[in-house]
Write a protein that binds this ligand. Sequence first.
Ligand code: ASP
Ligand code: MG
Length: 424
Amino acid sequence: MALIVQKYGGSSVADADSIKRVAKRIAEAKRAGDDVVVVVSAMGDTTDELIDLAQQVTPLPPQREMDILLTAGERISMSLLAMAISNLGVEAQSFTGQQAGVITDSVHGKARIIDVSPSRIQQAVDAGAVAIVAGFQGVTQHTNDVTTLGRGGSDTTAVALAAALGADVCEIYTDVDGVFTADPRIVPSARKIDRITYDEMLEMAASGAKVLVLRCVEYARRYGVPVHVRSSFSTHTGTLVTDAATEEGAPMEQPIIAGVAHDRSEAKITIVDVPDVPGKAARIFEVVAGSGVNLDMIVQNVSVAATGRTDISFTLPATDGAAATAALTEHQPDIGFTSLQYDDTIGKLSLIGAGMKSHPGVSARLFAALSEAGINIEMISTSEIRISVVTRADQLDDAVRAVHTAFELDSADDQAVVYGGTGR
Ligand code: ASP
Ligand code: MG
């Protein structure tokens, strides 16, 4: 008998019929003899709709209230799912994040889990029930304020709960058959990856792949939770996210490239004519960090010898663009740059694979593929297992397809299936 944590995303529980379908799956797993704990997201696009609603009431909703509002979405799906399972003759009880013992820091809207004490969940499981837990939410340690974990945070809830309960596996059910070599919504010939390492999955998630949220992968790696990403609409085996280590003693084969990720959510700031003297970069990035902004790529040009001045560009989440621009403008006199350019029509493509460490020529092939497709590269950054480039936003889809083909990732036979979701 195993303990399985299953997580169902919004598109898997979008309406009453979907909830009944998922309930059947859960009841089957339970009847097969396993203990089952379920984490559920809000139905369909509920979270987006609640955000829209708040925006209609006030342009700047207080974050504490926003969190209480958004956690309502998961309360609806968890209770309905418990009812649907009970209706199939299997005992089920639903629990909020607080009841499940999910304790977080107090950063509303993107709280981090600091502890999970799921004694109430364990009790329910011991008593033979399926426990349904609201994803994406917790409470602060001292003040019991309700928090949310950031968009897509139910994945993190599931992995954290799996770690705390010592579950055998955490199954993440979504609207595609697993992790693909590229987003199947853009590349229909993308292939499902059978097995991927935590490190590669981390880079994929950090580079914009939406199939798993970054923090969930960080958590899974830290606690060694095996994650099985699969579809709730089919019974196919999905993608196993796990250690590189070994499979039955033999080292796991490392493909050179795991996949191509893309990200449309970033913007680029260029600071023009910065005095090229020690301390200026430090000052710029102190100011940016001080505004609470996480940046991504940074490029500094060669200084023009005659003037001793240089340009510095960096990318950041477009949602942080206003905050960073305001902070930099305020400090323009002491930093001493002439102007600042803001561009949110960029896209980022990332090629990821643990095997590229030991294979020369990967970047050359990437750049050749882009040039053949007529796509200009604006910025480049690399890690040991990733190469990212910034392009124009409207060329990003073409770039992804060209690179996917150049690295022979296209599937010869079947097309990837997107079973549901509005992609919102
Ligand atoms: N319902 C939340 C969201 O849409 C959390 C989740 O889906 O994981 O972001
Ligand atoms: Mg959702």
